[in-house]
Design a protein around this ligand. Structure first.
Ligand SMILES: C[S@@+](CC[C@H](N)C(=O)[O-])C[C@H]1O[C@@H](n2cnc3c(N)ncnc32)[C@H](O)[C@@H]1O
Length: 219
C-alpha cells in the first residue's frame, strides 16, 4: 500500500468557499446527504451544481489501467460510481475490462451514462454485495468519508475482502490548520476527515492493503 498520485490529470474544481460557507445550514446539509437531485444537479450550494460527463476521467482511466496493468477480462469495481463516468471511461481505456459500479444514490444510478447502464448496482460501501476476492481492482473516490470512523473502517475491510488484488481510494485530508479550516467551510457530506497521520492510523486499524490519494481543498 502506498500514497499514489494517480488522479493528477483531473482538472482543478472551481470553488467559492465563502459562498458555500455562507449558504450552509443544517437543513441544506441534510438535503445534500440524501445524494439526490439537489446534491448532483441542484445549486452549487448543495453539491456539484451539475454533475455532467465532460471526459475528464478519460486520461485518469488510462493512468489507472496502465499503473495497475489491467487487462481485458479482468474485473474492476468502482465504489461510489455516481453516474458511472469512470466505469464508462475504464471500459474505454481497456476494451474487454469488466467494470462494475456501486453507489447508494438511486438518483445518480438512474441518470447514469448509457455505456454504464446494466453494470451499476445500488448499495453501501460498508456492505458490498459481492463475493470475496471477486475483483482485480476496487476503486473508491471520495466515497468512504461519507461514513463515520467506524463505517470507514468497515468499508476499508470490505474493499480488501472483495479485491483479490489492490484497491485505490481518495479521501479528504489537509496538511495544516489553515487547510483544515477551508475544508470545514467547504464540506457538506463527509463525516470523517483527518490529517494524513490520522488516516494512516485508520488504514492500519483496518489492515487496509490498498493505495490512496488525498482530496485537499485549496482556498
Ligand atoms: C463526492 S461523490 C464522488 C463520485 C465519484 N466517485 C467521483 O469521484 O466523481 C460521492 C459519491 O458517493 C456516493 N455515496 C455516498 N455514500 C455512499 C455509501 N455509503 N455507499 C456508496 N456510495 C455512497 C454518493 O451517492 C456519490 O455518488
Amino acid at each position: 500500500m502506498a500514497f499514489l498520485d494517480l488522479l493528477a490529470k483531473l482538472p482543478k474544481s472551481r470553488r467559492n468557499i465563502t459562498a458555500r460557507a455562507t449558504a450552509k445550514t443544517p437543513e441544506l446539509v441534510a438535503r445534500s446527504m440524501q445524494f439526490g437531485f439537489d446534491y448532483f444537479d441542484g445549486s452549487r450550494d448543495h453539491g456539484y451544481g451539475g454533475y455532467r460527463y465532460d471526459g475528464r476521467w478519460v486520461p485518469v482511466a488510462a493512468d489507472i489501467v496502465a499503473h495497475y496493468g489491467l487487462k481485458p477480462g479482468q474485473r474492476v469495481l468502482d465504489v461510489g460510481c455516481a453516474k458511472g463516468f469512470l466505469v464508462k471511461d475504464l471500459m474505454g481505456a481497456c476494451p474487454g475490462l469488466e467494470v462494475v459500479g456501486l453507489d447508494i444514490s438511486h438518483y445518480a444510478l438512474t441518470q447514469a451514462e448509457a455505456e454504464a447502464r446494466g453494470r451499476l448496482v445500488r448499495g453501501s460501501c460498508d456492505a458490498l454485495p459481492f463475493a470475496d476476492a471477486s475483483f482485480d481492482l476496487v476503486i473508491g473516490l471520495d466515497v468512504i468519508h461519507n461514513l463515520d470512523r467506524a463505517g470507514v473502517i468497515r468499508s476499508l475491510k470490505e474493499f480488501d475482502r472483495v479485491s483479490r488484488g489492490p484497491s485505490f481510494i481518495r479521501v479528504d485530508s489537509y496538511h495544516s490548520e489553515e487547510e483544515r479550516a477551508v475544508f470545514v467551510d467547504w464540506v457538506l457530506t463527509a463525516r470523517f476527515h483527518d490529517y494524513p497521520a490520522g488516516w494512516e492510523a485508520v488504514f492500519a486499524e483496518a489492515g487496509f492493503r490498498g493505495d490512496w490519494t488525498w482530496t485537499i481543498i485549496a482556498a
